[in-house]
Design a protein around this ligand. Structure first.
Ligand SMILES: *Cc1c(COP(=O)(O)O)cnc(C)c1O
Length: 404
């Protein structure tokens, strides 16, 4: 799959010297435009949080600022980092295995929501809240691993719920947990609502079906206990299609569907916390072809860098979409290697057969020295990669911003 970079990205990539490659190039104008469109598609009473783990670069967090209601963090490290990058913004603290020092730090920072992952964590949070913030009431959303229609989960690439996982509370514990939060055991905690992040890689119809079943379950729980739940967080996981980058998540249909769902519940606020679908499109990993070679009937282009910078294709098992930018200049006295076949597999500099960025890409005539720009590298890309393996230099970072 090939896909073209924006003009701004293309111009920057061609202006860099070989020594300045590889480079991550972020089109911040494209990011703003996309985030504004997502925001505009969402109806009232839907709050948009950005899941920082998708890409926590401070520039990205700041650029999203005007379009999001807050940020979802999932570790003490993310908490400190996001609080410093976008000071004063609302933070929700989720994630499994929270430690007492992390919870203490979150209480001290005044995190506005705790997504509680287990009954043990609820007890810990309650005791720490009593010590650290005795005068505050801490808003809690227990996270549940709910059964969802298997059709939608089968379509998803990563399922966190609907099967045995370490995420969230088993639905069988719901009554106990709601009891602890409403019977006076822990007056320092306030049951604000329910959280569920069940799957990733879902299209709008599946996301809507899932949101509907989460809300329905939460309302049933609230009715059973005679309590009011004002908020349901239906998670992130909006799909990014690496095989068809132009085919983006339908935010307009999703927003319309959420408006319809909210029409049935007058006092409810929904919250979503996408990561990937907000930032994937704005990031590009740019490099150059170092060598072109034949091996047992196939052709390989070895690029500068590799999956230690862009681990996404290795992790998800896909071919990272890319585009070639031909460079006519060849400054060396030795002959320039050229591809002779239609299809070329793009690999990196690591000494492992897993260092494959894209297989069998149409690239007739690609030469050493030509540039390659990989798309959809704005989420779960640099920050999930094993940077130090083989000790190659780190890439450069460019935040293309017409505003600055
Ligand atoms: C990772 C994560 C998200 C974001 O998921 P995306 O697939 O990037 O949208 C949201 N909520 C929770 C709890 C997560 O763990």
């Amino acid at each position: 799959m090939t896909t073209s970079p924006t003009d701004a990205v293309r111009d920057r990539v061609l202006s860099l010297s070989s020594g300045e490659l590889p480079a991550y190039v972020y089109d911040m104008a494209a990011l703003r435009e996309h985030a504004a469109a997502v925001r505009a598609a969402l109806p009232e009473r839907v709050e948009l949080y950005y899941a920082a783990k998708a890409n926590p670069e401070p520039e990205i967090l700041a650029a999203l600022g005007p379009y999001v209601d807050g940020y979802e963090v999932a570790s003490g490290g993310e908490l400190a980092h996001v609080a410093a990058a976008v000071p004063g913004r609302a933070l929700a603290f989720g994630g499994p295995g929270k430690t007492p020092p992390e919870i203490t730090a979150a209480l001290e920072l005044g995190v506005e929501r705790f997504h509680v992952e287990s009954e043990y964590e609820l007890h810990m949070l309650a005791e720490l809240a009593r010590e650290v913030t005795p005068d505050a009431r801490v808003a809690v959303l227990p996270r549940f691993n709910l059964p969802v229609a298997t059709g939608s989960l089968a379509a998803s690439s990563l399922a966190m719920g609907g099967r045995p996982t370490p995420f969230g509370l088993d639905p069988s514990q719901a009554d106990t947990v709601v009891g602890l939060l409403t019977d006076g055991t822990y007056p320092q905690l306030e049951l604000r609502g329910v959280h569920a992040h069940l799957a990733s890689g879902l299209r709008a119809p599946e996301q809507l079906a899932m949101a509907g079943s989460i809300v329905n379950w939460a309302v049933g729980l609230a009715e059973r206990h005679g309590v009011r739940l004002t908020e349901v967080n239906v998670g992130g996981g909006m799909t990014v299609d690496y095989a068809a980058p132009e085919d983006r998540f339908d935010w307009v249909a999703y927003g319309d569907g959420l408006a319809e769902l909210l029409g049935r519940y007058r006092n409810l606020t929904l919250r979503i916390e996408p990561g990937r679908a907000l930032t994937a499109y704005c990031g590009w990993y740019a490099t150059e072809v170092l060598d072109v070679k034949h091996s047992h009937g196939e052709e390989f282009a070895v690029v500068r860098g590799g999956t230690h910078h862009l681990r996404t294709p290795a992790t998800k098992g896909h071919d990272q979409p890319c585009a070639f930018l031909p460079v006519e200049d060849w400054p060396h006295p030795w002959p320039r290697p050229v591809a002779r076949r239609e299809l070329v597999t793009l690999t990196g500099q690591l000494c492992t057969p897993k260092d494959v960025l894209a297989r069998n890409v149409p690239a007739p005539g690609v030469r050493a020295g030509d540039r390659v720009v990989f798309a959809l590298a704005g989420a779960y890309a640099w920050n999930i990669s094993h940077h130090d393996f083989l000790m190659h230099p780190r890439p450069g970072f460019h935040f293309l911003d017409p505003w600055t």
